[in-house]
Design a protein. Structure first.
Length: 103
């Protein structure tokens, strides 16, 4: 799944609607027992120290959560490598910019 960050459980400066929507869909999949790789573009203005590409500790063991800066998020080969490694049954994009990222 690709979406926007930060998510509601993170302690960042601000949470925006796209992050809330991303979490809403992710949480529903987790509650149904799915294993989820969540790759998010970090909204720069939400992070006090800027967006550092990193894996974020998640509230569920079935969730691997990555926040990426613009450069990493726009790197199609990097995203494709993550997808190959995870081998998902499907890919879901939440909100407009993440949909663009799956082009």
């Amino acid at each position: 799944m690709v979406g926007m960050a930060p998510l509601p459980f993170e302690k960042e400066r601000k949470i925006y609607g796209p992050g809330l929507r991303t979490w809403q869909l992710t949480k529903a999949l987790l509650e149904e027992g799915h294993e989820v790789l969540l790759i998010c573009y970090g909204i720069p203005s939400a992070y006090e120290k800027g967006v550092l590409s990193r894996e974020v500790e998640s509230p569920a063991k079935e969730l691997r959560y990555l926040v990426l800066n613009h450069e990493k998020y726009e790197d199609g080969r990097y995203l494709a490598g993550l997808a190959r490694q995870f081998s998902p049954d499907c890919m879901v994009a939440v909100t407009l910019y993440p949909c663009y990222g799956l082009r």
